[in-house]
Ligand binder design. Structure first.
Ligand code: ADP
Ligand code: MG
Length: 351
């Protein structure tokens, strides 16, 4: 029975959460998103990110403690993301965690951000007020898709999981963000692409080329897709290879059609990978879908149907726990504490 404080500052969210492992209850989760600070630059600016973490970290920690109705003395362990991410950003969270651990004589737990995403599937799956943790059956297949990575894992338990497929170039979120930028949606673009696609009922207008082997391998490639969209826009006189987007040609109708075709293409690719993974790992009990791209309801619905049709459970956390958060850090910290996996003050960050 322990109370774990989780701290996450790997990229552009300052996030802190408190998890009670005895009651299997998430006591608080507070997230400050820096998206407004970076959006005018069209992407995350590392120097701005680390400075913002520094300004916010103590406020967010206090907010998470207040929301959980506890103080630092009630904490047993401090779990902190130390890899992978932006070094300057990771350092802020890790130095803060070390300082609290030292001052309050608490044990420190190092968390790998990608591993935390895998087990975020245990967090809340609906919008009810119920913050208890529900078990996810092992073994299962996990598809983790965000702005920085796209990976499929075969997950046997908390310590035992392997990468069975991954992107060889861009991440899926990156594909959404890059196309969003070309058609004038700004950064980050995933959510806007989904809204636009909904307006035209998720139809596939342009049938962008899927790579030849996309149903045969568990690896992904998305950089060609971005290029396919770009060249299709060139054909439509809406993109110039020298000067970029031709804004007067990029009408709302074109934006919607591009968004919808892109979303259907990525959903088709994800569906094919899940079908193949379940064929190769028939003992898997469930499929989980995590990471920022799992906020996409259309993709979730598609993966839910295909998984259920194959007789397996589909599990995806609510959007705030799909994207970067500290609840997953505190929750994984609890599993590591159970296995006595603590770190000393020599802990360092890795990008
Ligand atoms: P990272 O930590 O790698 O930046 P996150 O887990 O924070 O990734 O997720 C951010 C990514 O998720 C962005 O690329 C964003 O476009 C994408 N995203 C967010 N919401 C959606 C959505 N509804 N549909 C598709 N992609 C989305
Ligand atoms: Mg992020």
């Amino acid at each position: 029975m322990s109370i774990i404080l989780g701290i996450e500052t790997s990229c552009d969210e300052t996030a802190v959460a408190v998890y009670d492992s005895g009651r299997k209850l998430l006591l608080s989760s507070v997230i400050f998103s820096q998206v407004k600070l970076h959006e005018i630059y069209g992407g995350v600016v590392p120097e701005i990110a680390s400075r913002s973490h520094l300004e916010k970290i103590d406020i967010i920690i206090q907010a998470a403690l207040d929301q959980a109705n506890i103080n630092l003395n009630n904490i047993d362990y401090i779990a902190v993301t130390n890899k992978p991410g932006l070094v300057g950003s990771l350092l802020v969270g890790m130095c803060f965690a070390k300082s609290i651990a030292f001052a309050k004589n608490k044990k420190l737990i190092a968390i790998d951000h990608l591993q935390a995403h895998i087990f975020s599937s245990f967090l809340k799956k609906d919008n009810s007020n119920n913050n208890s943790i529900e078990d996810v059956p092992f073994p299962h297949i996990c598809l983790s898709a965000s702005g920085g990575s796209t990976v499929i894992y075969y997950v046997k338990d908390f310590n035992n999981y392997e990468v069975i497929g991954q992107t060889i170039d861009d991440a899926a979120g990156e594909a959404f963000d890059k196309v969003a930028k070309i058609i004038g949606f700004g950064y980050p673009g995933g959510a806007k692409i989904e809204q636009a696609a909904k307006l035209v009922d998720f139809q596939d207008f342009y049938n962008y080329t899927r790579t030849k082997n996309y149903t045969k391998s568990l690896d992904f490639t998305f950089s060609g897709l971005k290029t396919a969209v770009m060249y299709d826009l060139v054909k439509k006189d809406a993109y110039n290879l020298q000067s970029g987007p031709v804004w007067e040609k990029i009408t709302p109708e074109l934006q919607n059609k591009v968004s919808s075709s892109l979303l259907v293409c990525i959903a088709d690719i994800f569906q094919a990978k899940i079908e193949l993974a379940l064929k190769l790992y028939p003992e898997a009990q469930a499929v989980t879908f995590v990471g920022g791209v799992a906020c996409n309801n259309y993709i979730c619905d598609r993966l839910n149907s295909v998984t259920n049709n194959l007789g397996k459970k589909f599990i995806s956390p609510v959007c705030k726990f799909c994207a970067d958060n500290a609840a997953m850090v505190a929750f994984l910290g609890a599993q590591k504490a159970d296995q006595n996996k603590f770190s000393d003050y020599y802990l360092d960050v890795l990008n």
